[in-house]
Design a protein around this ligand. Structure first.
Ligand SMILES: Cc1cc2nc3c(=O)[nH]c(=O)nc-3n(C[C@H](O)[C@H](O)[C@H](O)COP(=O)(O)OP(=O)(O)OC[C@H]3O[C@@H](n4cnc5c(N)ncnc54)[C@H](O)[C@@H]3O)c2cc1C
Length: 295
C-alpha cells in the first residue's frame, strides 16, 4: 500500500457573485437616486455597501473614504448582517477528515458538500492519501533525510565493500511507526471492502453491496485520511470561522487552513478581510487577530 502524504491544504474559490447593474440602477431610479456609485470592483463588497445604504437610504451623500471606509464602519458598529450579502463558493482539498469535522461545526451561513466515504474508494490505485499533522512535519523531514543518507551510505558501502550500520534517529523512527500504522489501516480497509462485498447476497446489486461494504470498512480508516469539501458561505460566517480557528489555541491543522483562507479572501476582497493581523507563533504556525471580532 502506498501512502501519499499531503502537508498543506489547497483552496479554490470557484464561485463569487456578479452584480446585475441594470437592475440595481432601475431600483435607484425608481427611488429617485441618480448619482450613487461606489469605488470597489468586488461585487460582494458592492452588495454589502448597497445593503447597508438601503437600511438608511443613505445613497445621496456618501461619506468620504469609499467602500473601504464604509465596510470599516460596518465592522466598527457590528452591523454584521449586511456582510451576509457577500457570498463565496470554495473548494478545499488536502485536509484531514478530523479537520473537516471541525470545519463543519460551523452551523450558520455555511453550506457544505463533502466527499462521501460510502461511494468513493479511499485506497484507489493501492494508495491512501493522508494529511500530515503539522506537529509531525519535522519528524517526516528527518525520516526523509535519514532515508536519503541511508541510500547514499549503502552506495558508499557497496563501493568500499565495508559494513557499518546506520542507526535511525528517534524522529525518523517516530514517523515510521506512524506510517506503518496507516499502512495496516489502509490494507485492512481494502481487504474488508472486498471481503464484505463478496459475502453479501448478489441479489442486492453491485452498487448497494459496494456502498454497504465501504460504509463498514471505513470504520478502520485513520482520522488523517484526506477529504475534499465544497462550501458556500457568506463573509460574516467566514470572518467568524477565521476568528475561531486562526487563533493561537486552535488545532494546528485547522489554524493553517484558516490562515490560508484568510490570505486568499484578503486578495479577493480586501475591504472585508483586510483588517486581520497575521502574527507568527513560537511553534511556527501563524495566527490572526482583528480588532473587529464577531460582527
Ligand atoms: C479552540 C476550539 C476548541 C473547540 N473544542 C471543541 C470541543 O472540544 N468539543 C466540541 O464539541 N466543540 C469544540 N469546538 C467547536 C465549538 O464549540 C463550536 O461548535 C464551533 O467553533 C462553531 O462555533 P459557533 O457555534 O460560534 O459557530 P456557528 O455554529 O456558525 O454559529 C455562529 C453563531 O451563531 C449563534 N448561534 C448558532 N447556533 C446557536 C444556537 N443554537 N443558539 C444560540 N446561538 C446560536 C452563536 O452566536 C454562534 O457563535 C471548539 C472550537 C474551538 C475554536
Amino acid at each position: 500500500m502506498k501512502i501519499n502524504i499531503i502537508t498543506e491544504p489547497k483552496i479554490y474559490v470557484i464561485g463569487s457573485q456578479v452584480v446585475n447593474n441594470s437592475e440595481l440602477k432601475r431600483f435607484l431610479n425608481d427611488e429617485g437616486i441618480s448619482n450613487w456609485e461606489t469605488d470597489t470592483q468586488v461585487p460582494g463588497e458592492k452588495l454589502i455597501e448597497h445593503g447597508g445604504r438601503l437600511c438608511y437610504m443613505s445613497f445621496r451623500k456618501p461619506r468620504p473614504g469609499g467602500n473601504k471606509s464604509y465596510i470599516k464602519h460596518i465592522l466598527e458598529v457590528k452591523h454584521g448582517s449586511v456582510l451576509e450579502h457577500c457570498v463565496f463558493t470554495i473548494v478545499i482539498t488536502g485536509i484531514s477528515r478530523r479537520c473537516c469535522e471541525q470545519l463543519t461545526r460551523q452551523r450558520v451561513g455555511w453550506s457544505p458538500s463533502q466527499l462521501s466515504q460510502r461511494f468513493v474508494d479511499e485506497t484507489d490505485d493501492n494508495t491512501i492519501t493522508v494529511v500530515l499533522p503539522p506537529e509531525m512535519r519535522r519528524h517526516y523531514y528527518e525520516y526523509l533525510r535519514f532515508e536519503k543518507s541511508k541510500h547514499d551510505y549503502d552506495e558508499e558501502i557497496n563501493r568500499q565493500n565495508i559494513y557499518r550500520p546506520l542507526n535511525p534517529t528517534d524522529s525518523s523512527k517516530l514517523f515510521e511507526s506512524w506510517k506503518n500504522t496507516l499502512e495496516v489501516s489502509a490494507e485492512t480497509y481494502e481487504s474488508l471492502s472486498e471481503e464484505l462485498y463478496e459475502k453479501m447476497p448478489e441479489s442486492l446489486g453491485k452498487t448497494a453491496r459496494r456502498k454497504a461494504a465501504r460504509e463498514a470498512a471505513r470504520s478502520v480508516l485513520p482520522n488523517c485520511t484526506e477529504t475534499k469539501i465544497q462550501i458556500t458561505c457568506n463573509a460574516r460566517a467566514l470572518r467568524h470561522f477565521i476568528e475561531l480557528r486562526a487563533e493561537p489555541s486552535a488545532d494546528a491543522e485547522i489554524r493553517i487552513l484558516a490562515i490560508n483562507l484568510l490570505y486568499v479572501l484578503r486578495d479577493i476582497s480586501p475591504n472585508v478581510f483586510g483588517d486581520y493581523d497575521v502574527l507568527a507563533n513560537e511553534n511556527g504556525v501563524a495566527y490572526a487577530l482583528t480588532q473587529y471580532p464577531k460582527v
